[in-house]
Design a protein around this ligand. Structure first.
Ligand code: HEC
Length: 155
C-alpha cells in the first residue's frame, strides 16, 4: 500500500509540472503576442505610406513631389527590415490575421516579401524624377506586391 506521504508527493509533483507548463505556455503566448505586435506595426508603416502616396495619385490630396518621394523612401526603408523574425513558426493568435499557409509555404511567403522590397526600391528610385506617369506605374506594382501576399497569406 502506498503511503499517504508518497501520494501527496506525487500529487504535488504533478501540480508543479502542470504549473511549469502553464508558465511555459504563458511565456510562449507572450512571445507570440510581441511578434504579432511587431509585424502589424511594420505593416502599419507600410499602410501609412502607401495611403499617403495613393491619395496623392488619386488627387484626394494635392500632389507634392517632395512629400511623395519621402513616403516612397520611408516605405522602401521599412521594406528593408528583416520582417521574418516577426513571423515565428505557428504564431497564430486571435489578434492576428496571419494564415497558417505562411508556415506551410514559408519560401513563397519570403519570396513575396522580397518582391515588395524590390518594388518599393524601384518606386523610391523613380520618385526622385517626379514623372507622374512613371510614379503611378511603380506605385501600382508596389500595391500589387502587397495584395499578392495578402491574398494568399492574410485573412
Ligand atoms: C510577405 C507578405 C506580405 C506583404 C508583401 C505585405 N503584407 Fe501586409 N500583412 C501580411 C500579413 C500576414 C498580415 C497579417 C499580420 C497579422 O495580423 O499578424 C498583414 C497585415 C497588414 C495590415 C494590417 C495590420 C494590422 O494592424 O492588423 C496592413 C495595414 C498591411 N498588412 C499593409 C500592407 C501594405 C500596404 C503592404 C505593401 C506595401 C503590405 N502589407 C505587404 C503580409 C504581407
Amino acid at each position: 500500500m502506498k503511503s499517504k506521504k508518497k501520494r501527496l508527493a506525487r500529487a504535488v509533483g504533478l501540480v508543479s509540472v502542470i504549473g511549469a507548463s502553464l508558465a511555459a505556455n504563458g511565456v510562449m503566448a507572450d512571445a507570440i503576442e510581441r511578434a504579432v505586435d511587431y509585424r502589424q506595426g511594420v505593416m502599419n508603416v507600410f499602410g501609412w505610406n502607401m495611403k499617403a502616396m495613393g491619395d496623392m495619385m488619386k488627387g484626394k490630396v494635392a500632389f507634392d513631389q517632395e512629400a511623395f518621394a519621402n513616403h516612397a523612401n520611408d516605405l522602401a526603408a521599412a521594406a528593408r527590415l528583416n520582417l521574418m523574425p516577426g513571423f515565428p513558426e505557428d504564431s497564430e493568435s486571435d489578434e492576428s490575421d496571419a494564415l497558417p499557409e505562411i508556415w506551410m509555404e514559408f519560401d513563397d511567403f519570403e519570396g513575396k516579401y522580397r518582391d515588395l522590397r524590390m518594388r518599393s526600391k524601384a518606386l523610391s528610385g523613380v520618385a526622385e524624377s517626379g514623372d507622374k506617369a512613371k510614379l503611378g506605374e511603380a506605385l501600382d506594382k508596389t500595391g500589387k506586391a502587397c495584395k499578392a501576399c495578402h491574398k494568399k497569406f492574410k485573412n
